[in-house]
Design a protein around this ligand. Structure first.
Ligand code: SF4
Length: 476
């Protein structure tokens, strides 16, 4: 399961933005490892460097020094719509009659094809299959007739789906969040300027302060001299659709999203998991690293209830196996988990264990993990999952799996328990998620666990294969 992208935009008073953008992209690396890019503007012209690979590789060499200007936007990408190739790497740049644009997009439009066809009929020529180019062309067209704020509003009224955007129009950096706030975007203050970014961890990395989340439907325009920002509520939102999976899995635990510290949310979800489905075993252990905060909350709640359970690490992660790695055959993909996780025998041998993870997608990793623990001598293995079963795909910028690949799409919890070989299996309820996030179901996107989406999606149109290399199963 992969987040599609991370975005950032920075305006500073008196120094180049390239290096702070570069550090921010490092902080957002978990949101995309396929390509990285920065576009800056020095008041006269736009500079760009976009390359395939991780941030460190993409900016290996003199690239940063050539990006002049104290304003810029940056992007890290993992592909969903648009395929894996250089043409879809971002920020997407375009020059037009009255200026230049650089766009960084996190999310997925559900009407990109319709907008693209309309623009093509008006004479726009597209160089990629990605939806970001569609936004860029629509905005460029609107900018020919309107000022910046009106042009962004017209584009927001035209495009549908999920988007958090950082955009550079000439030397002005702006941030836009879709009217339902599906993907995160926040605003921070630096010593000498302002920053817009997917996650507050990037603001921390720059030594800045989180000011607040960008509101759904809001446009925030950073002043090019780094002296402040202006805000416009462009599209009113009757309801929100924040992606609950940002809290469960995608975001860094040290980020604050929509007012909640992700680490605290995961610990609370773990506590509720104990309350809903606790089982007393000799040891409680996380699947590293995604299950750690859940397991710590679960074990703490178990301890408070007087359960005689030890919280311990039972699996070691090989940190040098990348988050994504190419595994050409199914057989190799099945072995990927052993490359990535190794049991600590003394924790599991001869003991009953509860293994805690954040989610189960295909079930491949869980099955293999349980085999590994069984071979290491675990007597009983109980599995507890800190989110509800994933029953449907995501159409809003998450590379999850097709419906056929999801283990919970057509199986009961009991059937999954048998299939992965657990002595017992339990998932967290949707009510526990909403209570923890202090939200109603109508405030959140729960599409992948309910099959009911906040945006109008047609399966036939959107449930299509994306051309990409085969990714190792260790992320499940
Ligand atoms: S469908 Fe799931 S992963 Fe996709 S945006 Fe909604 S909650 Fe997030």
């Amino acid at each position: 399961m992969h987040e599609k992208c991370g975005v950032v935009g920075i305006s500073l008073s008196d120094r180049d933005a390239a290096r702070p953008l570069y550090y921010s992209l490092y902080a957002l690396q978990h949101r995309g490892q396929e390509s990285a890019g920065i576009v800056t503007h020095d008041g006269f012209q736009q500079y760009e460097h976009v390359e395939m690979g991780m941030v460190g590789d993409a900016f290996d060499g003199p690239a940063l020094e050539s990006l002049n200007g104290s304003n810029g936007v940056g992007h890290v990408r993992y592909p969903t719509e648009g395929g894996v190739n250089e043409c879809c790497a971002q920020p997407f740049s375009v020059s037009f009659k009255s200026g230049s644009l650089g766009l960084a997009h996190n999310g997925n439009l559900v009407n990109a094809d319709v907008v693209r066809d309309d623009l093509a009929e008006m004479g726009h020529a597209f160089t990629s299959t990605g939806d970001t180019e569609v936004i860029a062309h629509d905005l460029a067209r609107n900018l020919l007739e309107s000022d910046l704020v009106r042009a962004v509003k017209a584009t927001m009224e035209r495009i549908h789906g999920s988007y958090s955007l950082t955009i550079m129009h000439d030397e002005t950096v702006l941030g836009v969040r879709d009217p339902q706030g599906n993907r995160p975007l926040c605003l921070g203050e630096l010593e000498d300027g302002y920053v817009l970014t997917s996650e507050s961890a990037a603001i921390d990395t720059l030594g800045g302060e989180l000011i607040r989340d960008v509101e759904p439907g809001e446009l925030v325009v950073l002043r090019p001299d780094g002296s402040g920002y202006d805000s416009y509520q462009l599209v009113d939102n009757e309801s929100t659709a924040h992606c609950f999976f940002e809290h469960v899995y995608f975001a860094r635990p040290d980020s604050v999203i929509d007012g909640n510290l992700v680490y605290d949310v995961r610990r609370e979800l773990g506590r509720r998991l104990w309350e809903e489905a606790g089982v007393e075993t000799d040891v409680v252990m996380p699947v590293p690293d995604s299950g750690r905060a859940f397991a710590s909350g679960y074990a703490e709640a178990a301890d408070e209830d007087g359960a005689d359970t030890e919280f311990a690490e039972g699996l070691m992660k090989n940190r040098y196996v990348g988050r994504t790695f190419i595994m050409p055959t199914q057989d190799e993909r099945e072995r990927a988990v052993r490359l990535k996780l190794n049991p600590i025998r003394s924790t599991v041998e001869g003991r009953s264990v509860t293994v805690i993870d954040d989610s189960v997608v295909r079930g491949t990793t869980s099955t293999q993990l349980l085999e590994v623990l069984e071979e290491a001598g675990a007597e009983e293995i109980h599995v507890r999952i800190g989110s509800p079963p994933i029953v449907a795909p995501c159409y809003f910028g998450i590379d999850m799996a097709s419906r056929e690949e999801l283990i919970a799409a057509d199986r009961s919890v009991g059937e999954i328990e048998t299939e992965i070989g657990a002595d017992s299996l339990a998932y967290l309820s949707i009510d526990a998620i909403t209570a923890t996030l202090d939200s109603d179901r109508s405030d959140l996107c729960l599409g992948c666990v309910t099959g009911q989406y906040p945006y109008d999606v047609e399966d036939e149109e959107h449930d299509r294969e994306v051309t990409r290399p085969t990714i190792g199963a260790a992320d499940d």
